[in-house]
Design a binder for this molecule. Structure first.
Ligand SMILES: *[C@@H]1O[C@H](CO)[C@@H](O)[C@H](O)[C@H]1NC(C)=O
Ligand SMILES: *[C@@H]1O[C@H](CO)[C@@H](O)[C@H](O)[C@H]1NC(C)=O
Ligand SMILES: *[C@@H]1O[C@H](CO)[C@@H](O)[C@H](O)[C@H]1NC(C)=O
Ligand SMILES: *[C@@H]1O[C@H](CO)[C@@H](O)[C@H](O)[C@H]1NC(C)=O
Length: 453
């Protein structure tokens, strides 16, 4: 289960794969681990990832494949036109966000509430994503809730899954009240499993912490108490914390990636299948692209298999969405004042999606296409879609919390060194756009379901 590139139109590879892999490993070996440690384990900030989209090329194959799948599924009625939302540009917009750090303050994780933490500039709030091929309507809370009336939308993954979930809840609660029905405590552990009920539509939105999707043991923030200094992932075991609840979930949004950069051992059926920054002696570095792909593949397979198994009377139509990898934007030292200092998005073509970000995106796009075809063959009534944010996120180096991961970081005067979060997104912020695209994917799924009955 390697990361072998079988996509033929993925042509922009200046280096042979092996050289690139070695380069990537070396690059990540050199990245200050202290930074990752801080970002992912600081009690202030809990965790995970970010996703970015790369150049259109890696995606096109998957899009075409998927389009083929979709066409055959919904052949009876004219299916909603498919748009590739991943290609486009950020354009200025006078219309600001639907919510702010005060109106949705209880939902937003502190470290991502940039307004409440004193971020002084607001220019990053006044941009809209304009896809090249079609219009992307602004988020419409009533429309979204109508589409998922009586249904459950669950985000599963790491801190970027949570970031996107909190964005969706803030967008929806700008018009409809929600009750927090699970995870009402303040602790980081509580916030890993939260659930909101929109009584107006009997709709549920939830988040499940599962940074690998498969079962695993996370490295601990401190090894002083004998905790692990690396992750252990078990690829033959799905993480039941989310998978056991699949029967009650209608839309599942998977979002993982950044935890795969940490040192780790990988296991399958009791055997070691690889490692990254190998913590055990005499093990050969395998990198993480292959196992990242495997995690996504296994999760999608599980969703499809369990849906196919459920009784035909149960509501078994599901939508599985994979939010593609969201890139980080450290442009200087992680603790320098200017770690991610941009005030505006990159213009189209100004910034290439990095090799790593593109590979992560590609693995996800390809696994989504394969799973969509598999679901159709098995008649499982699961639609599988990629929410391709890698490229549009890659352009938004201006919209991370940066030093405002901490409240008023410069209150005591200028400091030479402050920690920065250039991984997660300020809320409100560009991650709201991901949910605008999600709305379109949900709409297409509902349309297809009603036309094939
Ligand atoms: C935030 O939104 C609320 C409700 O719309 C509004 O009353 C308040 O003035 C806003 N705060 C800021 C700082 O814009
Ligand atoms: C609300 O939705 C759930 C499914 O998510 C369903 O079991 C329940 O009967 C619904 N309740 C009402 C009052 O419609
Ligand atoms: C997950 O892994 C842990 C640690 O090996 C194990 O104790 C647990 O039983 C596993 N859970 C599942 C669902 O396989
Ligand atoms: C690792 O390999 C070296 C050289 O082959 C050997 O001397 C050493 O005992 C090995 N260590 C372990 C823990 O297997």
């Amino acid at each position: 289960m390697g990361a072998s590139p079988h996509r033929h139109h993925f042509s922009s590879q200046p280096l042979p794969l092996l050289a690139k892999r070695i380069f990537t490993c070396a690059l990540y070996a050199l990245l200050p681990l202290a930074l990752l440690h801080y970002l992912f384990f600081s009690p202030l900030l809990v965790p995970p990832p970010l996703a970015v989209n790369s150049s259109p090329s890696p995606l096109h194959g998957a899009e075409e494949q998927q389009r083929g799948v979709k066409t055959s599924v919904a052949r009876k009625a004219a299916p909603a036109a498919r748009c590739d939302y991943s290609v486009g540009e950020w354009v200025r917009s006078a219309a600001g966000p639907r919510y702010n750090g005060t109106s949705c303050g209880a939902t937003i994780k502190d470290g991502q509430n940039c307004m409440a933490h004193g971020r002084p500039d607001t220019g990053y709030l006044y941009w809209r994503w304009r896809p090249r091929a079609c219009a992307l309507p602004p988020f419409a809370p009533a429309e979204f809730l109508e589409l998922v009336r009586g249904r459950h939308v669950a985000f599963v993954g790491d801190s970027l899954a949570r970031n996107q979930c909190e964005s969706l809840v803030c967008l929806l609660t700008s018009e409809f009240p929600a009750e927090l029905v699970r995870g009402s405590g303040d602790g980081d552990e509580e916030r890993k499993f939260r659930r909101w009920l929109f009584r107006s539509h009997n709709a549920t939105v939830s988040v499940f912490w599962s940074p690998f999707l498969v079962n695993g043991t996370e490295k601990s923030s401190s090894t002083a108490g004998g905790g692990l200094d690396h992750n252990r992932l078990y690829f033959d075991q799905t993480d039941e914390r989310w998978a056991a609840e699949l029967h009650g979930i209608d839309v599942v949004v998977l979002s993982i990636g950044h935890w795969f950069l940490h040192p780790a051992m990988y296991y399958e059926r009791g055997e070691v299948i690889g490692c990254h920054h190998c913590p055990e002696p005499n093990r050969t570095e395998t990198g993480f692209f292959g196992v990242f792909r495997l995690a996504v593949k296994n999760a999608l397979r599980d969703i499809i298999t369990r849906a196919a198994r459920s009784s035909p009377t149960a509501r078994s139509e599901k939508l599985a969405v994979v939010t593609t990898f969201s890139p980080a934007h450290f442009e200087g030292d992680w603790d320098s004042r200017d770690a991610c200092p941009r005030a505006e998005p990159y213009a189209p073509g100004e910034k290439e999606v990095s090799y790593m970000d593109r590979e992560m995106w590609r693995a996800e796009a390809e696994e989504v296409a394969a799973a969509a075809a598999d679901a159709r063959v098995r008649g499982s009534h699961v639609a599988v879609e990629a929410l391709q944010v890698t490229e549009l996120a890659a352009l938004r180096a201006d919209a991370h919390p940066g030093p405002y991961m901490i409240a008023f970081p410069f209150a005591g005067g200028e400091k030479a060194r402050v920690p920065n979060d250039c991984v997660h997104w300020c809320l409100p912020g560009p991650i709201d756009t991901w949910n605008e695209i999600l709305l379109q994917l949900v709409k297409r799924w509902r349309d297809a379901a009603s036309t094939t009955r």
